[in-house]
Design a protein around this ligand. Structure first.
Ligand code: AMP
Ligand code: ZN
Ligand code: FE
Ligand code: FE
Length: 274
């Protein structure tokens, strides 16, 4: 199967509406696409319906930011929406409150961000740091989205205020409680800071029931991919692959296109049931 199991839409911080994303995937010859927006499934129904028209199998997915480490992300797949609703509602409430926290943080840093502009960039979707970054570019506070992150939104001071994320254990439990499967996203990005080796982290997550490892990823070198495939095999984990596509416009990481990984996704729960 030609798959891309890690993508973002305008329901979180991606450029394209879910249906437009499914159309791009169809054009690219992707057979199985997972929409994995940050902390929300609000775009999945639209993407699935569009996929049915276009001949792309779209899987319901999500990408959770876990609190164990900075940038420890857990992907969820093929879960039922109802049992996970309360968990998603809590994350929605956290993001709704977080926008004021981020605005206060920026004010303390001497920056007055226009919150209405941030909300416009989010378009009613799940609000994240990229929406702040894009608003800050538009306001002329920074020259680029990358600048906004390196100067303000990805600093030790920022990390200190970015609290209240669920644990990886809770994320995996929420996914499993809804009948889904969990994969550790872009393993190299988790900033373990020597607190735990990647091997130990994967062993711990496997103990919580982690199903898979995202071995194929746009930013992985062939050597990294090979090492992650061995890591997955050592812990009896399935293999997933995704691009982390956000869009192709300025401020949407245009250097990351949709991927075409040749992978078996048939192990995913209910994959053949739909
Ligand atoms: P949030 O969910 O609000 O914490 O924001 C996460 C989003 O910010 C993800 O799409 C990341 O890829 C993006 N992001 C994190 N660090 C950077 C960076 N240095 N430059 C650009 N985007 C980033
Ligand atoms: Zn994102
Ligand atoms: Fe991620
Ligand atoms: Fe992502």
């Amino acid at each position: 199967m030609i798959v891309d199991l890690h993508t973002h839409s305008a329901a979180s911080d991606g450029q394209y509406a879910p249906a437009a994303l499914a159309a791009l995937a169809a054009k690219r010859g992707i057979e199985v696409l997972a929409l994995t927006d940050h902390d929300t499934v609000d775009g999945t129904a639209e993407a699935i319906a569009a996929g049915e028209r276009l001949g792309v199998r779209v899987l319901r997915g999500v990408e959770f930011s876990a609190g164990d480490y900075h940038k420890l992300h857990i992907l969820g797949y093929c879960f039922r929406p109802e049992p996970i609703r309360a968990f998603l509602d809590r994350l929605r409430a956290r993001r709704d409150a977080r926008r004021y926290k981020i605005a206060d943080f920026l004010r303390n840093q001497g920056v007055e961000v226009d919150l209405a502009l941030v909300e416009r960039h989010a378009g009613g979707g799940s609000i994240g740091r990229p929406h702040f970054a894009r608003a800050m570019v538009e306001q002329g506070i920074v020259g680029s989205v990358g600048d906004a992150f390196s100067r303000f939104l990805d600093t030790p001071e920022f990390r200190a205020i970015d609290t209240g994320k669920p644990s990886a254990k809770d994320c995996i439990a929420a996914i499993h409680g809804a009948g889904g499967a969990a994969s550790l996203a872009h393993p190299y990005q988790a900033e373990l800071d020597g607190k735990e080796s990647l091997e130990a982290l994967v062993e711990r997550l496997a103990g919580y029931g982690l199903d898979a490892l995202e071995c194929f990823y746009t930013r992985h070198t062939p050597e990294m991919t090979a090492a992650y495939l061995e890591l997955a095999a050592r812990h009896n984990l399935h293999v997933t692959g995704g691009s982390d596509f956000h869009g192709d416009g300025a401020g949407f990481k245009p250097d990351i296109p949709l991927a075409r990984w040749e992978l078996d996704a048939g192990w995913l729960p209910d994959f053949f049931a739909r």
